[in-house]
Design a protein around this ligand. Structure first.
Ligand code: HEM
Length: 398
């Protein structure tokens, strides 16, 4: 969301005509948005917010992921596959999907456990921690580095890059774009150097090795294509998991009854993660462009329209999720779209789900009893991605 921290409430409320916005608990506002008929922002951006309309709209072939001029997230070329549509997009998904199937990512489970435990080791004896710098921030980046087979010493480079792109500095949109572009250029340069090194050695059994050897219709990916995929993965796979993990652990810290239930029955975690991803929707929205006049569910979208698709509202839509503001791990049907819907649904959702489940399982095994530090509080941001900025917890040392 393009909202500055201090002005989140008025800006978001005003833009969507909402009666309320609570930075800690935005879900009620999203339910309200899902019930609005044909919402439009004051700048003319059409908003799609109820679940059925979101799904139908995204399936339409005249809906595009970019305006064809600007690319997402500081990229100087279209990011693969996020900034592509139609056949070009399908071609890359056919190539990339097999590298992120549940079976393929399951191989990473021992690594996720080991990385999580190594981070917990550093604070388990202290009885308190801020889970943002101590766990949620570094864990996905460590795993990403392992996934690509890069040196751990490069961790700060990735953290700096994703922060610059997700929360760019600058007073105007132009300044923010320039800030993102500068960070993006540094990342392109780094990835080019890494790839040159990897081409010079025998292929390894990691994701980068997969990119170097995978073939589609008798053709391998070029260096530029691999760099454009990696660039996107750095952003798509880091802050999203960090933010989601922070939302889920903060929720468990404040709901001891449900936490004790999953600590006692870790098998419940799969459903708990799904329900909390629905409820928290850490990636709240995306934009799309319409290239010809279309009608979806009785609503007209003119050619050239920019459309805001609000996953978080669709996930809080009472027509799809009865009592959407209640977290219910036993919800009989939970077809949430926290990982998006339509052609651009998340490529890394299997990996993300595994990271979240395994990290929380290990955390609960080591630290089953924890609370938000008395007198302190979780500080959330809903700017760009929803997540905690501070997550101070206290726990008995075992
Ligand atoms: C809990 C963590 C995650 C959440 C909530 C999430 C959510 C999303 C959402 C909402 C989209 C659609 C974006 C749009 O339409 O503009 C998306 C796309 C994408 N995600 Fe994720 N994501 C997560 C983790 C990951 C991970 C770990 C990876 C990779 C390793 C990843 C890779 C991607 C890619 C490549 C796309 C673009 C897919 C396409 O354009 O076809 N994501 N994700």
């Amino acid at each position: 969301m393009s909202m500055e921290d201090e002005s989140v409430a008025p800006a978001f409320c005003a833009a969507h005509g909402l009666s309320t916005w609570d930075e800690r608990h935005p879900q009620a506002a999203f339910t309200e948005l899902s019930g609005q008929a044909c919402p439009v922002r004051p700048d003319g951006t059409l908003v799609v917010a109820n679940r059925q309309e979101v799904v139908d709209f995204l399936r339409h072939p005249a809906v595009r992921a970019t305006d064809g001029v600007h690319y997402n997230l500081g990229g100087k070329r279209p990011l693969i596959p996020l900034d592509l549509d139609g056949d070009a997009h399908r071609k890359y998904r056919r190539l990339l999907d097999p590298l992120f199937t549940p079976k393929r990512v399951a191989r990473l489970e021992p690594l996720i456990r080991a990385r999580t435990n190594a981070l917990i080791d550093a604070f388990a004896h202290a009885g308190s921690a801020d889970l943002m710098p101590d766990l949620c921030g570094p864990l996905p980046t460590h795993l990403f580095i392992d996934l690509l087979g890069l040196p751990t010493a490069d961790l700060p480079r990735f953290l700096e890059f994703k922060e610059a792109v997700v929360r760019p500095k600058g007073a105007t949109e132009e300044e923010q774009q320039a800030y993102m572009r500068a960070a993006g250029d540094r990342m392109y340069e780094y990835l080019e150097a890494v790839l040159a090194e990897r081409r010079a050695e025998p292929p390894r059994d990691d994701v980068l090795g997969g990119f170097l050897t995978t073939e589609h219709e008798g053709r391998r990916l070029t260096d530029q294509e691999i760099i454009d995929v990696c660039y996107l993965l750095v952003i798509a796979g880091l802050d999203t998991v960090t933010s989601s993990l922070s939302c889920l652990l903060a929720w468990f810290a404040e709901h001891p009854v449900e936490r004790r239930r999953v600590v006692a029955h870790p098998g419940l975690l799969r459903k708990a993660v799904e329900e909390l991803m629905r409820f928290e929707s850490p990636v709240p929205l995306a934009h799309r462009w319409v290239v010809e006049d279309i009608e979806v569910g009785g609503r007209r979208f003119p050619a050239g329209a920019k459309v805001e698709v609000v996953w978080a509202a669709a996930n809080a839509d009472p027509a799809a999720f009865p009592e959407p503001l209640t977290v219910d791990f036993d919800r009989p049907r939970n077809a949430h779209i926290g990982f998006a819907a339509g052609p651009h649904r998340c490529l890394g959702s299997n990996l993300a789900r595994l990271e979240l489940r395994v990290a929380i399982e290990e955390f609960h095994r080591r630290i089953p009893d924890y609370e938000i530090t008395p007198g302190d509080e979780v500080v959330y941001t809903n700017y760009g991605v929803r997540g905690a900025i501070r997550l101070p917890i206290t726990f008995p040392v075992r």
